[in-house]
Design a protein around this ligand. Structure first.
Ligand SMILES: [Mn+2]
Length: 300
C-alpha cells in the first residue's frame, strides 16, 4: 500500500523579487491537482495553506527583505509537514518561494536526522544578505540550512538544529553555473558540494537522477523542485525567465522527478518559484505540470 499523501500550500512570495508565487497553490488546486493525484491512485488529504504573504519592498531591511515573514512561512511549513510525517504520510508542498524547503527539512530531519535533500534548481541558493545586493531570500535558503558565514541569524535559528544540514545531506541537480555568484561557486568548491549541471540533466535526466540518488544518504529524502530548472521556452512557469532555451523540457524533467519520487527513501516533494502569470499566454503548460506531478507521485 502506498502511503497517504498530504498536500500543504505555502502561498508566499515574501522572499521574491516581486509578487506572483503566492498564487501557485490556489491555481494548481483550481486546475484539478488534487483530483489528478487521486486519479493516479493516491489517498490524498488537502491540509490547506499556511499564511498568505504577498511580496512588497522591505526598505528597512533591503538586503534581507521580509525576513520576519519568511521565518513565519518556514515555521508554518515545518509544522504542517511534521504533522503529516507523524501520521506516516508522504507530503507535497506547494510553494511559494524555495525557502519552503527549509521548513520541509526542519520537519524531515526531526523525523530522521540523516535525511537527504535532492535540490532541483537552476541555482545553488547559497547566497547570503552579504553576497548579493538584491535582498531576495528565495535564493539564500541553503546558505541558511548550512549556516554559512553571513546568513541571517533569525532564519538560521528558526531551523531547529544548527546547521540544519551537513554537506553529505545535499545534492544539486540542474544547476546553471553561469548564474551562480562568485560567492556561491567558492562555497561549492570549499565544501565539496555535489552538483549536476543543467545541460547534463537535460541530456540524461534519469541517469543524472540515479547518480544523485546513489550519493544521497540511506535515510528519508525530500525532493525540492524550483521550476526555474526547466527550459522556459518549453515550460514558462518560473518567476525567473533566465532558462530560455536551456535546461530540461518538462517531459525530460518528469523522468528525473519520477525516478526520485519512486525511491524508497522519498517522503516529501516541494515546489518553488512557480508564478502562474508566466503561463497566462500558454495555460496548457500548467495542466502539463500537474500531469508531471501526477506521474511523479503515482504509486510505485
Ligand atoms: Mn532557482
Amino acid at each position: 500500500m502506498p502511503r497517504d499523501l498530504v498536500v500543504v500550500g505555502a502561498p508566499t512570495s515574501a522572499g521574491s523579487y516581486a509578487p506572483g508565487q503566492e498564487t501557485a497553490a490556489r491555481v494548481l488546486r483550481e486546475l484539478g491537482l488534487i483530483d489528478q493525484l487521486r486519479a493516479a491512485g493516491r489517498q490524498v488529504r488537502d491540509a490547506g495553506d499556511g499564511p498568505v504573504q504577498v511580496w512588497s519592498p522591505d526598505r528597512r531591511h533591503p538586503y534581507a527583505q521580509n525576513l520576519t515573514a519568511v521565518v513565519e512561512a518556514v515555521g508554518a511549513v515545518a509544522d504542517q509537514v511534521a504533522a503529516a510525517l507523524a501520521a506516516d504520510a508522504d507530503v507535497l508542498v506547494l510553494g511559494g518561494n524555495c525557502t519552503v524547503a527549509l521548513g520541509v527539512m526542519r520537519a524531515l530531519t526531526a523525523h530522521d536526522p540523516d535525511a537527504g535533500l535532492l535540490y532541483i534548481d537552476r541555482h545553488f541558493d547559497l547566497n547570503t544578505p552579504q553576497s548579493t545586493t538584491d535582498g531576495a531570500l528565495d535564493w539564500m535558503g541553503l546558505a541558511h540550512a548550512l549556516d554559512l558565514p553571513g546568513a541571517a541569524e533569525p532564519l538560521v535559528s528558526a531551523l531547529g538544529r544548527r546547521p540544519l544540514l551537513t554537506t553529505a545531506q545535499l545534492y544539486f541537480l540542474g544547476v546553471e553555473v553561469a548564474a551562480a555568484t562568485s560567492w556561491e561557486r567558492d562555497q561549492v568548491e570549499r565544501l565539496g558540494l555535489p552538483w549536476c549541471a543543467s545541460a547534463a540533466l537535460a541530456a540524461a535526466p534519469s541517469a543524472q537522477a540515479t547518480r544523485a540518488l546513489d550519493v544521497l544518504p540511506r535515510a528519508a529524502m525530500a525532493v525540492h523542485l524550483d521550476v526555474d530548472v526547466l527550459d522556459f521556452t518549453d515550460a514558462p512557469l518560473a518567476e525567473s525567465t533566465d532558462g530560455r532555451n536551456s535546461g530540461p523540457s518538462l517531459d525530460r524533467l518528469s523522468a528525473a522527478l519520477r525516478a526520485a519520487c519512486r525511491d524508497q527513501r522519498f517522503r516529501v516533494l516541494s515546489i518553488g518559484e512557480l508564478n502562474p502569470t508566466r503561463a497566462a499566454g500558454h495555460p496548457e503548460v500548467l495542466t502539463r505540470f500537474i500531469g508531471c506531478l501526477r506521474n511523479a507521485l503515482r504509486p510505485v
